[in-house]
Design a protein. Structure first.
Length: 246
């Protein structure tokens, strides 16, 4: 079974359109965790255009107090501010992404060969017995890429599924993207790296992904589940995603 971690960035972005406390990020976290989600994902950015620094601490307090079994996954570029935040909050998982602060969303994985020394230093700084480190990975990274990722000391990679998610009107291209994802996933599993996945996964494209790319431990889903929640509510959307991932 692939576990579901719900990304709450879109909820925070909607809230930030007005200087009001709703929708509540912690309130929606409660809803999805009560509905069976295994964890919460956030990606705080320096401009706080969605997740705010205060959200990070409030979510951490909520999970520790009321949902100790849930996993807190914090994504971000490893700036000094981000690294300091991780040390203060101590989430169960940190996902390192190569984002420029101006990017609207993550759109590529790490250059594991070119950035190997940098990533190794960051991973070793962050790694603890009670904390997992995951590295954002291009779908076509292949055996050489995942070997370089493992050499940093990371525990997992997160497959960037955005190119596959963009193929909703092109089944031929979707097959090619799934083949690339499957190859990189298997190469990672073969050398002992765990595999997560995330970006533009939906109720419609997850079944084919699950069939083609077995062995994924966790899927981080935000935009798709938020869009579905506008129609069916977060609790029902969470239950449906869990059913597809089972």
């Amino acid at each position: 079974m692939t576990l579901l971690s719900v990304n709450l960035n879109a909820v925070a972005q909607l809230r930030n359109r007005r200087n009001l406390p709703w929708p509540s990020v912690t309130g929606i976290a409660r809803v999805v965790l009560d509905a069976g989600a295994s964890g919460i994902t956030i990606h705080p950015r320096p401009d706080e255009r969605h997740i705010r620094r205060t959200d990070v601490f409030e979510l951490s307090a909520l999970l520790r107090a009321d949902y100790p079994q849930a996993e807190f996954n914090i994504e971000g570029y490893p700036s000094e501010d981000f690294l300091d935040l991780i040390e203060m909050v101590n989430p169960e998982q940190v996902t390192l992404v190569p984002d420029d602060p101006a990017q609207a969303t993550s759109d590529h994985g790490w250059d594991f060969l070119g950035k190997g020394n940098f990533l190794t230093s960051v991973v070793q700084r962050l790694k603890r017995e009670d904390r997992r480190i995951s590295l954002f990975c291009d779908p076509d990274a292949g055996p050489a890429g995942v070997a370089a990722a493992k050499a940093t000391g990371a525990d997992r990679i997160e497959l960037f599924t955005g190119p596959y998610g963009a193929c909703y009107e092109d089944p031929t291209r979707a097959e090619a993207e799934l083949a690339a994802l499957a190859g990189t996933c298997q190469a990672a599993l073969d050398i002992g790296l765990g595999v997560n996945a995330g970006h533009d996964l939906t109720l419609e494209n997850l079944p084919a992904f699950q069939t083609a790319v077995p062995g994924v431990a966790e899927a981080s889903i935000g935009h798709g589940i938020t869009a579905d929640s506008l129609l069916m509510g977060f609790a029902e959307a969470t239950r449906r995603y869990i059913a597809v991932l089972a």
